[in-house]
Ligand binder design. Structure first.
Ligand SMILES: [Zn+2]
Length: 330
């Protein structure tokens, strides 16, 4: 990813202002803790920050993304910018020891050094204590960036030594803009943005053939539930089961089905602007007329129950069959 500060400013204006101001004044902290949910750009901003510090052709605070330093940082091959993530389930003492050893060597390319620790909440107690010593006795131009999605699991001693920076969760309009920039059709972008606020994940879903299949299947099923009821079980056997094979795929199907009934509910309460299936207004309207609001709530419950059964390892085919039969009873 070659994201500029200007672009980061769109989604993380607070973080961007804070960090670029510190960069301009050459007053970076020795240790930062980037805290926020997945997909909010913690790693991306850490990388942009690293590039700004090392770039050979930096323009103001904007790195060029093309010089050898920028490229080596992007590919995690820069000797003075180290990346750490959990080895198995945890970040181990040995990893921190290695970092200290490497950084203690003189004769690296520049005086500046930076290390980025992903999922810093996964540090073992011993590793955390090692790191603390490191943070407490920083050399002149050493910067630590710790990333976490689980702030509550960070050791207080670490938190107290770092400047904590909280990342904004992605808002729907921002997510939609990002997705549309990737040429994802607006109607799909809208649907996906109701499933997740995580940009990377949203893009992955939207670009997956499976998503298109699941969406079309849900549209077919909802139409049949209303207008061709005898067809429903056949569609499940011939299309749903073979296409949405594993639990994760099935879960996606159920989530979309849930969004459908949520849309019907939104129509009932006059919040048409918030509907996800924006191109299916006609069919949604038929649902609204056919099912009173209490019944729609019941239908949503049926799907939520189905998701629970799926989690509890009930046979996926059985889960969807029973759910759709109940939806039809309405
Ligand atoms: Zn550069």
């Amino acid at each position: 990813m070659m994201t500029s500060w200007k672009e980061w400013n769109e989604t993380q204006p607070y973080v961007t202002t804070l960090l670029t101001n510190s960069l301009k004044k050459a007053r970076l902290s020795h240790a930062y803790l980037f805290e926020g949910s997945k997909g909010t750009g913690k790693m991306g901003i850490a990388v942009t920050l690293a590039k700004t510090l090392f770039c050979l052709h930096v323009n103001g605070v904007e790195p060029c993304h093309q010089c050898s330093d920028c490229r080596r940082i992007a590919s995690h091959n820069h000797p003075d910018v180290r990346f750490f993530s959990p080895d198995g389930n945890s970040i181990k003492k040995e990893q921190i020891d290695l970092l200290q050893k490497e950084f203690s060597y003189r004769g690296s390319e520049s005086k500046q050094r930076l290390y980025i620790i992903e999922h810093a909440d996964k540090m073992t107690q011993v590793a955390a204590n090692r790191l603390l010593k490191f943070i407490e006795e920083p050399s002149e131009q050493e910067t630590a960036i710790l990333l976490t999605e689980q702030m509550q699991q960070m050791l207080p001693t670490i938190i107290s030594r770092c400047q904590t920076i909280t990342f904004n969760p992605l808002r729907t309009p921002e997510l939609l803009t990002l997705l549309e920039q990737e040429n994802i059709p607006k109607s799909d972008a809208l649907l996906v943005s109701k499933l997740t606020s995580n940009y990377e994940f949203a893009r992955e879903i939207a670009e997956d053939e499976l998503f298109a299949q699941a969406r079309n299947l849900v549209l077919q099923l909802t139409e049949e539930v209303l207008e061709r009821r005898s067809q429903v079980l056949l569609t499940i056997h011939e299309k749903w089961v073979p296409h949405l094979k594993d639990r994760e795929q099935m879960e996606l199907g159920l989530q979309l089905l849930l969004l459908w009934f949520r849309d019907v509910l939104l129509l009932h309460i006059g919040k048409e602007d918030a509907i996800a299936f924006s191109q299916e207004r006609q069919m949604l309207e038929k649902y609204r007329l056919r099912f009173p609001i209490q019944q729609v709530a019941k239908q949503m419950n049926i799907i939520l129950e189905a998701r629970k059964h799926l989690d509890a390892n009930v046979n996926p085919q059985l889960v969807i069959e029973q759910a759709v039969l109940k939806l039809q009873e309405g």
